[in-house]
Design a protein around this ligand. Structure first.
Ligand SMILES: [Zn+2]
Length: 252
């Protein structure tokens, strides 16, 4: 990652800023920068080429951090431990009634959300049995949706003016490092659960971004306020998604 927390202050710094403050002596121990997502100490990795400025990386044998996952979706293939089919029916019905609210919120999180990204998210939510978590509440949905897959620029909504992707960076989202599967969203924790959005420099061709392509990340607590926002989706979004849901989304 290209920005990490200063060793002592809650302030993001780059590798050059770190070297200005702490020097670049590989032999003597220095205070290390901290990962914004898991708070573990990070190494600096020297610039590998003239146009790169170096990056921060987790130390060998470091503990779990979702940013270390090579692919998106670090919580994939870990279904609910105690699935609740009745709760699933209830939350699916709520989602179906309010899908525009969830489309709009997911769009705020990952920018430039395309219709087929939204339908892929719902398909993936079905596969991962997201609806069956007994404690899942409506306001959790877009945050969970954002962690189900990558949001690369190439798949985003295209701007009318120039046909270019509305999403310029590659977005990937996680919960903080206390969450290793969705069941962990409801464990007791000392500090509030955080949700992280990270944006990466998009890699060439069909590759996925690496940890060193992580430009910056933004953490916040989950906030249910969006449930009361006004939404104003374009008519073609409403029509297409409504038709898709009628065809493919089953509440029972
Ligand atoms: Zn980390």
């Amino acid at each position: 990652m290209r920005k990490a927390f200063h060793p002592d202050r809650d302030e993001k710094i780059t590798v050059p800023q770190y070297i200005d403050d702490f020097g670049n002596d590989p032999v003597h121990s220095r205070e290390r920068a901290r990962c914004p997502v898991c708070d573990q100490r990070l190494n600096i990795v020297a610039a590998s080429s003239v146009d790169s400025i170096g990056h921060f990386a987790h130390q060998k044998n470091s503990g779990f951090c979702p940013t270390k996952s090579k692919a998106a979706a670090p919580y994939a293939d870990l279904p609910p431990k105690n699935p609740d089919p009745e709760a699933a029916k209830r939350i699916k019905a709520v989602f179906l009634a309010n899908w525009e609210t969830h489309f709009s919120m997911l769009n705020r999180l990952v920018k430039g959300l395309a219709n087929n990204e939204f339908t892929d998210v719902i398909r993936t939510a079905n596969q991962e049995r997201i609806w069956e978590y007994a404690q899942l509440e409506e306001f959790h949905l877009p945050y969970v949706f954002a962690t189900l897959m990558d949001f690369p620029p190439g798949r985003s909504y295209r701007r009318k003016e120039d046909g270019l992707p509305a999403r310029e960076k590659w977005f990937r989202c996680w919960f903080d490092a206390t969450v290793r599967r969705y069941d962990d969203l409801w464990i007791n924790r000392e500090t509030p659960l955080m949700f992280w959005r990270a944006w990466y420099e998009p890699p060439e061709g069909k590759k996925k971004p690496k940890a060193e392509d992580l430009i910056d990340s933004y953490g916040s607590e989950l906030n249910p306020a969006f449930l009361n926002y006004e939404n104003n989706l374009p008519p073609y979004v409403k029509t297409q998604i409504t038709q898709w849901l009628a065809r493919y989304f089953q509440v029972d």
